[in-house]
Design a protein around this ligand. Structure first.
Ligand code: ADP
Length: 398
């Protein structure tokens, strides 16, 4: 089945077309600056030579992006037909424990979760709305970033704050990056040769956003992100765990407004805030090698906190088969893996430095030594393929 996977931001639309039988990516692209004076796009396919780039008319929105996307897929050179559309939706609250066919009730429920993800869910709904309008005859499916973590028990998802905040306002830990954690969990079980429901892992998704999850018998039992994607690990521009008292202090003592604190936490912290010049691990590694001490410190804080979180997640699973690294940093930065694993020998992971430097390419991604009691594995994530597969499964059930 060919599935169009859509990931919408408020001014962007990212897509790929996945052939679920082969897992191949038939086409992909990105529309940016929608609603502005110069919306632009880049669409590409291995079936074509050069990428197709251009501008949409000023103020063009998601609807016009879908027109251009549909024309691209239907062009003589491509002629790709699609059988269903899978939408990435950031927050599914407690309502969605798995993907859901989109109908009026699903749309209402996604709207109801919007207060928990005010930047993301309304943008995701824009994409759903345009796509339902544009492809009225195709099944449309919502796949939630939070769904994989809905297996958390109350002891993992409740914050130790007054319980009525959960009961009346849904304030609890939800977790994110679910499609990525779920995808690499299935891949790790395959690599380890174990049934999924007997596989115990810690998965570390390290991209611009970073989160780790603890997986017991194939189900998620804990994760580092919480009510919002601000909690947990150090990220590109988000700091992860900080003393909540800092926020009160910034407001009371420094007079910072809620909006300023929001911007500081989401856009000015993490690797960027510490280094004061980049949120990008590659640039920081380079600067660090050239002697930039702020870059060195930022990276050290990143890996130290990562190891600390992984170590604490270990306490939430009864046993551990492997630690999985994924995401742009997890897949590509051997130094981050090495510096993190040096701190995790007590978990029974013995790194193979050579395999780590080539990301375990010769051994199915495994970067620990053959006799290491717990394995470390590098797995390339594929959130789009996960969304496409979940969409297909649901469509086939209908
Ligand atoms: P997103 O969360 O936006 O999908 P990615 O998963 O692409 O982001 O991860 C982006 C991060 O991966 C950046 O910090 C980038 O520097 C880092 N990264 C990508 N390639 C490398 C590399 N070869 N070495 C070190 N870091 C890398």
């Amino acid at each position: 089945m060919n599935i169009l996977v859509i990931n919408c931001g408020s001014s962007s639309l990212k897509f790929s077309v996945i052939d679920t039988q082969t897992g191949a990516d038939l086409a992909r692209g990105l529309f940016q600056e929608l609603g502005s004076d110069s919306p632009n796009y880049k669409m590409e396919s291995a079936l074509l030579g050069a990428p197709n780039t251009g501008k949409l008319s000023p103020k063009a929105e998601h609807e016009e992006a879908l027109d251009a996307l549909a024309a691209f897929l239907a062009s003589d050179a491509l002629n790709i037909s699609i059988q269903a559309v899978g939408h990435r939706v950031v927050h599914g609250g407690e309502r969605f424990t798995s993907a859901s066919l989109i109908d009026d009730a699903t749309i209402e429920a996604i709207k109801a979760c919007s207060p928990l993800a005010p930047l993301h869910n309304p943008a995701n709904l824009l994409g759903i709305d345009s796509s339902c309008h544009h492809f009225p005859d195709l099944p449309q499916v919502a796949v939630f970033d939070t769904a994989f973590h809905q297996s958390l028990q109350a002891e993992a998802y409740l914050y130790p704050i007054p319980i009525e905040l959960y009961k009346e306002h849904g304030i609890r830990r939800y977790g994110f990056h679910g499609s990525s954690h779920k995808y690499v969990t299935a891949e790790a079980a395959r690599i380890l040769g174990k049934p999924l429901d007997e596989t115990n892992l810690i998965t570390a998704h390290l991209g611009n956003g970073c989160s780790a999850a603890a997986v017991e018998n194939g189900s998620c039992v804990d994760t580092t992100m919480g009510l919002t994607p601000l909690e947990g690990l150090v990220m590109g521009t988000r700091g992860g765990d900080v003393d909540p008292g800092i926020l009160l202090h910034l407001h009371r003592a420094l007079g910072m407004s809620i909006e300023e604190i929001d911007t500081m936490l989401n856009k000015k912290s993490g690797l960027l805030g510490l280094s004061q010049f980049s949120n990008d691990m590659r640039s920081l590694r380079q600067a660090s090698a050239e002697g930039n001490s702020a870059a060195t410190l930022a990276v050290s804080i990143f890996t130290r906190r990562l190891a600390k979180s992984i170590s604490s997640l270990r306490a939430t699973v009864k046993s551990l088969d492997a630690l999985v690294f994924t995401g742009g940093i997890g897949e590509n930065d051997w130094r981050t893996r090495s510096e993190t694993l040096q701190r995790l020998e007590h978990l029974g992971i013995v790194i193979d430095p050579e395999a780590n430097q080539n990301a375990g390419k010769d051994q199915n991604g495994i970067i620990s030594q053959a006799n290491s009691p717990v394995k470390a594995i590098v797995i390339q994530t594929n959130e789009e393929l996960m969304i496409a597969r979940e969409t297909e499964q649901l469509v086939e059930k209908q």
